[in-house]
Design a protein around this ligand. Structure first.
Ligand code: NDP
Ligand code: RET
Length: 278
């Protein structure tokens, strides 16, 4: 945790990603498109995934104007077989993905009892389950070369809760990132980096119909999409493990981490057995 916070305040060297093959999900959406353009500016070749074919093609057109190769795929991230089938096509038609940006996300934006089961389920499938299938599809190639980078676009709402389906899915995304990072470290795969992105609400329209947006306006105004993506890019290129945007969002994160640590120590002290703390 301390490492992640320190990395945010220090100014590390940024890595070169010229020629890397970068896959971005939700590339037809607001942040996904901006990610694609920022990666293109850095010289990365792009594989763009979205369920919205027209929006995805529009992103591809803008990225090609920056002189990079772009391949687009229409995929439904809420379906495991759609992810695996499309991943197989990418491997056969384009090659080995070395950077994976799991950006696609949805929100139901209704209270638990007012929300149809299908909508709740979709949020968990797209925002959380898809991370597992995407990583299972592309990590083996990264492992073979001990080279790669997996970015999880979660949310500040993956660190503390307000909206039911969305928070649960983003807590899952944060947990996924943390356990993947531990797993890679345990296997000494130091060439595969991970970055967790946790922004506050961004002005993209995603939360346009949600009550939470009105409440938040009085707290801090939503972030600019370009600023959010540029800050995220800096963290990715610096191989930073985590970024909260703005920095104020570290407060709930650190509070929670310290609270959990305290609880862990209490449990340990009360126990008669020697249980190592994780
Ligand atoms: N906007 C915000 O306030 C914040 C956003 N985030 C996170 O940032 C990420 C990007 O958000 P943002 O750009 O605002 O969202 P957008 O809604 O603009 O973009 C999301 C994209 O993902 C696509 N998508 C949705 N469901 C699927 C699916 N099943 N299969 C494939 N593609 C799908 C959407 O297509 P379609 O439009 O057709 O549904 C859309 O093109 C999300 O993970 C979000 O949770 C984090 C913090 C704040
Ligand atoms: C401003 C602020 C807070 C609230 C933040 C909220 C409510 C963020 C919502 C983010 C969203 C909607 C993200 C979407 O992905 C706290 C933690 C109470 C205290 C610190 C200052």
């Amino acid at each position: 945790i301390l490492n992640a916070v320190l990395q945010t305040f220090l100014r590390p060297r940024l890595k070169c990603i010229d020629g890397e093959l970068c896959l971005i999900t939700g590339a037809g959406g607001a942040l996904g498109r901006l990610f694609a353009l920022e990666f293109a500016k850095e010289g990365a070749q792009l594989v763009l995934w979205d369920c919205n074919t027209a929006a995805n093609e529009q992103t591809a057109k803008l990225a090609r104007e920056l002189g990079v190769q772009v391949h687009t795929y229409t995929v439904d991230l809420s379906k495991r077989h759609s992810i695996y089938e499309t991943a197989t096509k990418v491997r056969a038609e384009v090659g080995e993905v070395s950077m994976l940006v799991n950006n696609a996300g949805v929100v139901a934006g209704r209270r638990l009892l007012d929300c149809p089961d299908e909508l709740l389920e979709r949020t968990l499938l797209v925002n959380c389950h898809a991370l597992f299938w995407m990583t299972k599809a592309f990590l083996p190639q990264m492992k073979a070369k001990n080279h790669g980078h997996i970015v999880t676009v979660a949310s500040a709402l993956g660190l503390f809760s307000t909206a039911c389906d969305y928070c649960a899915s983003k807590f899952g995304a944060v947990g996924f990132h943390e356990s993947l990072t531990h797993e890679l470290r345990a296997e000494d795969l130091d060439g595969i980096k991970t970055t967790l992105v946790c922004p506050y609400i961004v002005d993209t329209g995603m939360f346009a119909g949600c009550e939470i947006r009105k409440e938040l306006r009085s707290l801090i105004p939503p972030l600019e999409p370009l600023y959010t993506v540029q800050q995220s890019m800096k963290a990715i290129l610096a191989e930073q493990q985590m970024i909260c945007i703005p920095r104020l969002m570290y407060i709930p994160f650190l509070t929670r981490a310290l609270h959990n640590r305290k609880k862990g120590i209490q449990t340990y002290k009360r126990s008669s057995k020697e249980i190592p703390l994780v």
